[in-house]
Design a protein around this ligand. Sequence first.
Ligand code: GDP
Ligand code: MN
Length: 381
Amino acid sequence: MPVPVRYTRYLLFAIVGFFLFFFLFSGTSISIPTSPSKPISPSYEEFRAHKVQTPGANSTFRVNATFVTLARNSDIWDISKSIRTIEDRFNHNYNYDWVFLNDQDFDDDFKKLTTSLVSGTTYYGRIPKEHWSYPDWVDQEKARKAREEMGRKNIIYGESESYRHMCRFESGFFFHHPLMLNYEYYWRVEPNIELFCDVGTDPFRLLKENNKMYSFVISLYEYHETIPSLWSTVKEFIKGHPEHIPKGNAMDFISEDSGKTYNNCHFWSNFEVGSLDWLRSQEYTDYFSALDQTGGFFYERWGDAPVHSIAASILLKKEQIHFFNDIAYYHPPFTHCPSDEQARLDLRCHCNPNDNFDFRGYSCTSRWYKLNGWKKPPGVK
Ligand code: GDP
Ligand code: MN
């Protein structure tokens, strides 16, 4: 039976309505924005102390922070592993940004894959030439000979030119990259790392709320052959800038004799959560340029780990450096796994506590315990 003309407009509304409903509420065409404010589990300490009753309280709080990774295009698979572990154990709840830096242009494969893995926004930057080349005061011939000599002595990365640019960049420049300027805090991530426990507390937030500037999970001794003249350079800097050296710093972590000599202890900088504002401060700027002026990054093979660690130990108060005991972490070949069984269960850890490097002979973390007057876990000498 034909529909009377006066009803056709209702029929039209019904058809349009049906399609509108279908479009809005069905199938894959709807994209629900991933929320940065999903419930967040409370920090391990708070959890244990029963201070936090409802996981997820304050879960909307996010710090102005980013992950940062220096990588080559060829690192794509190894960095993908690291991203997955960070996302699964932490960032899927937060969606922090991720900045990728490279001395070459990133290719499309690298960008496509990493963007698909990161829950936050990804940015890709090329490092400016002046941050990855020889400063004009460095004698390149002398640098070349030094590399050859260190290669002959089989010093790790001793013969490598690019490794030296990398170390200098990480020591003095990554925080000045235009993509980093809008952030207050960074978390450095390298290829092939692993997290073994849930990250219970937002590390950025812990730093910010406690006025901390630098953090670590693993510490160890540096090969002296890579830094023969670093400490005398640092001593010159200290003499020239007493105003930058606060009382109550962590000098005793890195020196057994109040600064006369360096004991080679350093925080392992492939993991760092830290303050970018501190790295951009006058104190750190003066420190880095005093080091850079000597050419030691090229004539020797100064690593960014001792460079950052010495800076943190002399320029900051001891309390401004944080040991993330509850972040279980692996970068080849060392593991940090919390000794406390309850912590491992609460944070769903899958590391073997026997692999924990903290109190082995080559680690400096015992020294950090001593400096802070902490008791070592039961069974550890
Ligand atoms: P290791 O941890 O000291 O053995 O050194 P890595 O090989 O892990 O290098 C440290 C970091 O710098 C990693 O994030 C690497 O991806 C990165 N890296 C090292 N060399 C280069 C390089 O020549 N170019 C770029 N773009 N990144 C590099
Ligand atoms: Mn590495």
